[in-house]
Design a protein around this ligand. Structure first.
Ligand SMILES: NC(=O)c1ccc[n+]([C@@H]2O[C@H](COP(=O)([O-])OP(=O)(O)OC[C@H]3O[C@@H](n4cnc5c(N)ncnc54)[C@H](OP(=O)(O)O)[C@@H]3O)[C@@H](O)[C@H]2O)c1
Length: 239
């Protein structure tokens, strides 16, 4: 199976300007990949990209404004990245949010917002990125689900639905690329609580939370595995 050095790879990390996405972006860029970080807040993206590029002394992180709920913007993101670099090797579906409404409080707006961001958005993005990966017979798709994709929590039912749904979608996607014999891997993260506030290398995470650096290390480990290895859901949480 075809392999490719990190330094030749192009990644898209949705929500790559903050939290877990930012840690993923730093790790991928440090590994040599070019990383397009895409979400709604340009200022946050630009600041994140500048900081990482400055640390690395190289332009490896590129901000891109888009709203994953908007199909036209999703299509444009994939089109622009492919037009510029002629390849999309890694897609990290990390953008996501929760609306804390219990089963009796849940609103149509809250439900739609969560499902459109966490689930329909991922489907839309994979739909336009996958053909490029198939064309090059190379790609990795990384989905950030949650322990809320494995267990139901009363305070965030819509979020649980979206994250359970993401795992179902990812299984179908993995089966699809397997049947095609394509050199494309699908990884799912199912984190418990990850501290996205105390992220400095010397900072300790809050009790019950995982330091975000562990997410980044796990991503790089997963991506380093042989191309024929299937690594199923990564359940990662603090003891
Ligand atoms: N932290 C945890 O404990 C934890 C645990 C399990 C799973 N997760 C999952 O991990 C992922 C990252 O979360 P995080 O904790 O790092 O929180 P975060 O910093 O709030 O990251 C969420 C990202 O999603 C982006 N986003 C939200 N709506 C979007 C939209 N419509 N279009 C494009 N991007 C959008 C945000 O960027 P903009 O606001 O700029 O759009 C933001 O960068 C999420 O999928 C979350 O569900 C987190």
């Amino acid at each position: 199976m075809k392999t490719k050095a990190f330094s030749d790879q192009i990644a898209i990390v949705t929500g790559g300007g903050t939290g877990i996405g930012r840690a993923f972006t730093e790790a991928l860029a440090t590994g040599g990949a070019k990383v397009v970080i895409a979400s709604r807040r340009t200022d946050v993206l630009r600041r994140g990209a500048d900081e990482i590029n400055k640390t690395l002394g190289a332009e490896r992180v590129f901000p891109y404004e888009f709203d994953i709920r908007d199909r036209a913007q999703v299509d444009e993101l994939a089109r622009d990245v492919f037009a510029r670099w002629h390849s999309i090797d890694i897609l990290v579906n990390n953008s996501g949010l929760a609306v804390p409404e219990t089963v009796t409080e849940i609103t149509d707006e809250g439900w739609d917002k969560v499902l459109e961001t966490n689930l329909r958005g991922v489907m839309q993005l994979v739909r336009v990125v996958l053909p490029h990966m198939l064309q090059k017979d190379f790609g990795d798709i990384v989905n950030v689900s949650s322990q809320a994709g494995k267990h139901g929590y009363a305070d965030v039912p819509a979020y649980c639905v979206s994250k359970f749904g993401l795992l179902g979608y990812a299984e179908a996607l993995r089966d699809d690329v397997r049947k095609r014999g394509a050199n494309i891997r699908v990884f799912n993260f199912c984190p418990g609580l990850v501290d996205v506030e105390n992220t400095g290398p010397d900072q300790s995470p809050r009790a019950g939370f995982v330091h975000v650096a562990n997410m980044a290390r796990t991503l790089m480990y997963a991506l380093s595995l042989d191309r024929n290895v299937v690594l199923e859901d990564l359940n990662i949480y603090a003891r």
